[in-house]
Design a protein around this ligand. Sequence first.
Ligand SMILES: C[S@@+](CC[C@H](N)C(=O)[O-])C[C@H]1O[C@@H](n2cnc3c(N)ncnc32)[C@H](O)[C@@H]1O
Length: 315
Amino acid sequence: MRDWGGRHDGVGYNAEVLGLTDPALTLLRDFIAQRTGVFYDDGKRDLLADKLSELVAARGLTSFLDYYYLLKYDAEAERHWGELMDRLAVPETYFWRQSEQLEALARVVAPRHFEERGGGSLRVWSAACCTGEEPLSIAIALAEAGWLDRKPIEIVASDGSAAMVERARRGLYGERAFRALPAHLREKYFRPEAGGWRAAACLRQQVRWTTANLMSQADVEPLAAAANVIFCRNVFIYFSDDAIRRVVRVFAERMPAPGHLFLGASESLTRLTTDFELAEVGGAFVYVRGNGAGPAAGAETTRRPGTFTFPEART
Ligand SMILES: C[S@@+](CC[C@H](N)C(=O)[O-])C[C@H]1O[C@@H](n2cnc3c(N)ncnc32)[C@H](O)[C@@H]1O
């Protein structure tokens, strides 16, 4: 790696060069946004610098610029990107998050799908699944509504971080993950063991786990093309508008109509021009890509979100 003449602090990297004003930090910030969608604005520069400094030091490098070259030109750049995705991941998630959306899926979208498509599978993609709480909640909701045993359902869960997907595969969860899940559902679908609660094998086997970077068209296209419903929640909050537009365009182009896209509570596409229309379905907000004739069948405009919950959720 090149020595570019910075002052070294004796602990493996150059504190001055690894500072917030380092222009290489801007280079890295923009490169990361381009490859992962995640954009660190100026207010989050210190957070990015902290995360990157660890990786720079771990690689035995002395500057952000050297790390930039590593990500750009190294023969093992993909492995370094993987490590970076793991470090950037914000593993904040829990079971039964925004349960009104799970209810809308199980009580409205799924029955309508089976009514209209006969024997066709319902395919749900959890596109930033983190440690797995979201796709497992989807499986629980569909099981509780009586669909999982009776109808062909495929749930695919992916995340850009391989470390998160690995944790999801293990299916072992601590108390905090259950803060919104009704107790009787935890009893039903999880087994206590040392270190937490393990998701029942029957639940985990419902989900196909994989890694996928939302900014990679090659990763996203096949998954979107197979998905009737996409849950892409609480990841666009970290993305630039350009990155969101790019991902949503691929969703819209590839999803079979009618396609349903669930976003997180603080996320919105309304300021962007996309092919999705905001609708209320079963009491939840959802972005719907119809057949070119407005919101897909099943979309309602009269109910407010959150006006009913799963009967099973009332404990
Ligand atoms: C806050 S978690 C959201 C988890 C879950 N969807 C939820 O709403 O509870 C954000 C996840 O997005 C993932 N992520 C960030 N950038 C990504 C990208 N470009 N492609 C795929 N996943 C990404 C992170 O690894 C992290 O696991």
